[in-house]
Design a protein around this ligand. Sequence first.
Ligand code: HEM
Length: 455
Amino acid sequence: MCSIGKPSRLAPPSPPGYLLFQLPKLQTQPLEYLGEIWQTYGDLVRLPIMPGFTLLFGAHPSHAEHILLTHKDRYKKADFFVRPMSLVQGKGLFTNEGAEWLKHRRLMQPAFHQQQLVELYGMMQGCVQALVTEWAEIPEDSVIDIAAAMNTVTLKIVSMALFSVDISDKSNQLGQAFRTALNYVYYRLNTPLALPIWIPTVRNRHFHQAKQILDRVVLEIIQARRQDPTLRPDLLSMLLAAQDEETGEGMSDRQLLDEVITLINAGHETTATTLAWTWYLLGTHPNVMANLQHEVDTILQDEAPTFAQLAQLQYTRRVLDESLRLRPPGMGLVPRVALEDDEIQGYFIPKGSVFNIVTYFIGRHPDFWPNPDQFDPDRFLPEQAKQRYKFAYLPFGAGPHACIGKNLALMEATLILVMIIQRFHIQLVPNQSIAIDPQFTLRPKHGVQVTLRPR
Ligand code: HEM
């Protein structure tokens, strides 16, 4: 089919005809739709939506290795995704690429190293302590939505970690503006034919107002910090002090603004969604919950966990790893566009193709995950994990654009999980409707309702 040295011309398998009328299903039920397609056509499929617009979906770990690492220079993040995100995040790490992205990534990376995170530990612990103290006041067996609670506490932690301000309170102006702006981005991502942003519709005007508030308040925080550089143990202090090793240059206020908004955005809902699903999975697997409680009780002995103890909580970490495999907060990575003709697994990938790496299915690929739908934290025992192809597990992405906040997210999620388990029995409310809401993140659509009983 292909002559030596020339790219293959074999197109990936595809359902017949154009699929424009299937687009609503792809948007509203992507997991069901792609699951069927994947079963029928294999790991790499082509979905021609309409003339001139074709999407590719890859569910094999080698696709991820090819695009994110070995042939990364042949791909970039897709504009149709990056443009709406940039409305809020500007040119932050998530939406940026090339030389500027690399410079910022190098400046920011040290702030996320494990040894720096110890600086944030006391603050994080305080935020979780406040939550369990608040819950201790709730009458026993009251029902709470633990997914919503995880959203609030992670927004509090990420905003405190960034600039020592809590924006999680509903009445906080910055928090409100952030939510409005973010909802607008989700709307634009899901509505390809949305009216242009400059048309003064009510929705567009609300967005502009929210973004103005967001920029103004965050810039005020940055400028105040420049005038009073007394070191606070937060990420903004580290980012303000960060300098390029060669030029000695740091980031401008505008650049810092974009990075701060990016970090709030990328760092809060992802962790909240992970925790919400973890509570659900624990609620449906009492044996795993019992093992977790045992580890927490044995290692922590009713004391507040120290930073050093977190690394000893290895079963807890396996629970989180397995939860992230079954329910990665995003269905896939940011879509990538081919900058030149390419070939993957013998299939021709023409320049301009939009390739979606579907981490949700990669994490369930039966060649790498026996009984893929089963929740089994012991898959992540070191002897099992080290035999596995690295790209079969991608909740934090891979390659140069892999998540910068991975350590922070895992430390935060571990702390929240164990401090709650130390104090409460968490039980799922029976017969509730649990469904995945396939928006930007795969949130539980109706939340996760639980009852709390003090231990
Ligand atoms: C469980 C929690 C989290 C998950 C599952 C997660 C997942 C991811 C993934 C998959 C990517 C790569 C996207 C791609 O290549 O298309 C990414 C990138 C990123 N994440 Fe996270 N993330 C989490 C938490 C955080 C936190 C806490 C922060 C920061 C406070 C953060 C900041 C970022 C940033 C800035 C990027 C872009 C990195 C770059 O392109 O250089 N994330 N994340």
